[in-house]
Design a protein around this ligand. Sequence first.
Ligand SMILES: Cc1cc2nc3c(=O)[nH]c(=O)nc-3n(C[C@H](O)[C@H](O)[C@H](O)COP(=O)(O)OP(=O)(O)OC[C@H]3O[C@@H](n4cnc5c(N)ncnc54)[C@H](O)[C@@H]3O)c2cc1C
Length: 440
Amino acid sequence: MSTIYQSWGNFPKVSQRAHSVQWRKKSLPDSLDTMLPHGLGRSYGDVCLNENGMLLTTRTLNHFIDFDIEKGVLRCEAGVSLAEILELVVPHGWFLPTTPGTKFVTVGGAIANDVHGKNHHCAGTFGRHVLQFELLRSDGERLLCSPTSNEDYFAATISGLGLTGLVTWVEIQLKRIYHRAIQAESIKFNELEEFFEISTQSDQYFDYTVAWIDCNARGAAQERGIFFRGNHVSEEEVPSQWQIPFLRRLPPPLRTMPINLPCFMLNRWSVSAFNWLYYNQQRQKTVSQLVDYDPFFYPLDVIFEWRRLYGKGGFLQYQFVVPDDDHRIIKTILQTIAASGMSSFLAVLKTFGHLKSPGMLSFPRKGVTLALDFPIKGATTFELLERLDDMVREAGGSVYPCKDARLSARNFQAYYPQWTEFSKYIDPRFSSSFWQRVSL
Ligand SMILES: Cc1cc2nc3c(=O)[nH]c(=O)nc-3n(C[C@H](O)[C@H](O)[C@H](O)COP(=O)(O)OP(=O)(O)OC[C@H]3O[C@@H](n4cnc5c(N)ncnc54)[C@H](O)[C@@H]3O)c2cc1C
């Protein structure tokens, strides 16, 4: 029976069959349909959808296999989520080597999109911390992949968008921590030049850096924002009231967005008002505080189903990277968005470091990346994003597939000329809605 599946952005909605991967058998179904692994569906667009085909849902692959507490090496099945890993490892003084802005993603999903976090400038992408994994192909072959074994499948599967086969288990190297607290600072800035100055300086001393910008403000205020930076603390740095319980705290309670908001409520004026409040709630230029890692890394996870804010029509996240030697392109893109009358509820800016990603199709590269959320308002939204695609291409940049649901084949192939080489590793029985569109 077919069920409607949708990705995080609620667009597109696709009818397809799902097959839950059985833990003991872990064999792939014998069917004429094409297949695609599906983790927690936190990809915004259609890399996790397979129109007219079948999804292999992996949440049954949710067992831990081994945890070396001395060395911080963790082996688990690919459907285990980052939230489950944190629950296990933080009390033992270990942390994820890098993490995206939500912990509700599976390790298999983190590998397939080679995700990045606030520490890209010093840790690179998730794939850099993967020691090995098993890849199950549709002909039943099981490949043990690592930087020294089946290296080509290792590189193709990290950032392989689920197309090279099913990752069944994964071994990763964790990062040592001494407390769950983060020494965090937020600094207000007025313009992009100031953002770049703070970013260059912060990347030397802070493991985690990212900024929010108020791209709905008009005129000079359009480049203002708040820069967030932080480091894990050592035990000695933590005041006594934080010491107990050591490394163990209850996660914040989850609240759920109960309904889809009517789309007229999210407009340029309401978004601008929200952003104004957000920017002005911090009065001082700089605020330093000790915070728990949960709200520092995962502020959006506190409201379950926050995507309903965008209404039934859904939304598109647009994330691109451009070289950071010329700051003008970011300014021009912000001006183009302002002139279009579209408003982005969330705009996140970060500089990527020079550490090379191990995946063949990995998105991060040295430069500056901006992520923007746009509610879908018909053709105008798609036309604006196509214009931005061209500007990014001309600037020598790229767009992130994991957030995409509408990129043209022409632009995808220009951003990722290595796609033909990558195609050799695609499992002949695997496909996705994204791949059907961009590999034309
Ligand atoms: C609030 C929010 C914040 C985010 N922040 C960031 C961020 O900061 N940085 C970032 O990089 N991303 C970010 N993301 C995107 C998210 O990290 C990725 O989309 C991630 O890949 C989702 O994992 P998932 O388990 O939900 O996988 P899905 O979305 O279900 O699938 C993603 C891809 O993984 C493949 N896949 C899943 N399991 C397997 C498996 N076992 N074997 C082979 N392939 C598999 C699927 O086929 C698909 O191509 C964010 C998403 C949200 C909703």
